[in-house]
Write a protein that binds this ligand. Structure first.
Ligand SMILES: [Zn+2]
Ligand SMILES: [Zn+2]
Length: 247
């Protein structure tokens, strides 16, 4: 092994050590490596699958190893690489890491926020830093456990929101910088795309706008609905009505 491969192998071994913990086996369980059964009521190593997938959101391949089998794998880089491909956290470990290192208060303390009259709690930039503008992404994020997460999804998770592993956090208000817990729901990416069409996000008044300009336009639309109908939420006839008024 050359020096770089050695370092990489060392890193991956530490990934494995952090994620393979001794656990008492109650039922006969096949070993992930040798496939022979691990007898009931003995100790084995349970590996949560850390490092077995490239995409952190995907379920990991976990299971039990004989203690001796785990030792064998650790010593043999070729065997080892059948199991550990990268140093990314498993979804369970990421969740633990988030709960261990972040609270809603500490998270939001990093950002400048404005309470919009339409009910949104809008992040306008980093506290003491520049405001979102121009071609910025307008989707505030934080890196936790080496993974970039949107602030909205962290608020949702820390606030106790339920979410399936393959789901994303979406905004019922369509404002990407909003972190009001009540405006956040879990859903699939295709829900998001479909809603983009059914909720008027591709209407002509949004066309050609940067993400930050879209946020501004959406907030001003919410305010207008609030003033006209007493309710900021999008509804179907609104898109036609607003075009009539503004023409
Ligand atoms: Zn084994
Ligand atoms: Zn909102």
């Amino acid at each position: 092994m050359d020096a770089r491969a050695k370092i990489r192998h060392g890193q991956m071994v530490s990934v494995m050590l952090r994620s393979a913990k001794p656990r008492f086996v109650r039922h006969n369980t096949p070993c992930l490596f040798c496939i022979n059964p691990i007898p009931a009521n003995t100790w084995a190593h349970y590996w949560c699958g850390y490092g077995s997938r490239v995409l952190v959101d995907h379920p990991k391949r976990g299971g039990y190893f004989h203690k001796s089998c785990l030792k064998k794998i650790m010593k043999t880089p070729v065997l080892f690489e059948c199991f550990v491909l990268n140093g990314q956290l498993s979804p369970e470990m990421l969740e633990d890491e988030i709960r261990r290192t972040v609270t809603v208060d500490s998270l939001l303390a990093e950002w400048e926020m404005v309470e919009h009259p339409s009910g949104c709690l809008v992040i306008v930039g980093r506290r003491g830093g520049k405001r979102f503008s121009g071609k910025n992404e307008c989707r505030p994020r934080k890196k936790v456990g080496g993974v970039n997460r949107t602030i909205a999804s962290l608020v949702y998770q820390l606030g106790g929101g339920e979410r399936e592993p393959d789901q994303v956090i979406r905004h019922t208000c369509d404002v990407s910088t909003c972190v009001e817990f009540d405006h956040l729901i879990a859903g699939t990416r295709s829900d998001n795309v479909r809603e983009g069409f059914t909720r008027g996000r591709h209407d002509k008044r949004y066309r050609g706008l940067t993400p930050c300009q879209k946020v501004k336009q959406t907030l001003s639309d919410r305010l207008e609905r609030m003033n006209r109908y007493g309710d900021p939420e999008w509804f179907e006839e609104w898109d036609e009505e607003i075009d009539e008024w503004r023409d």
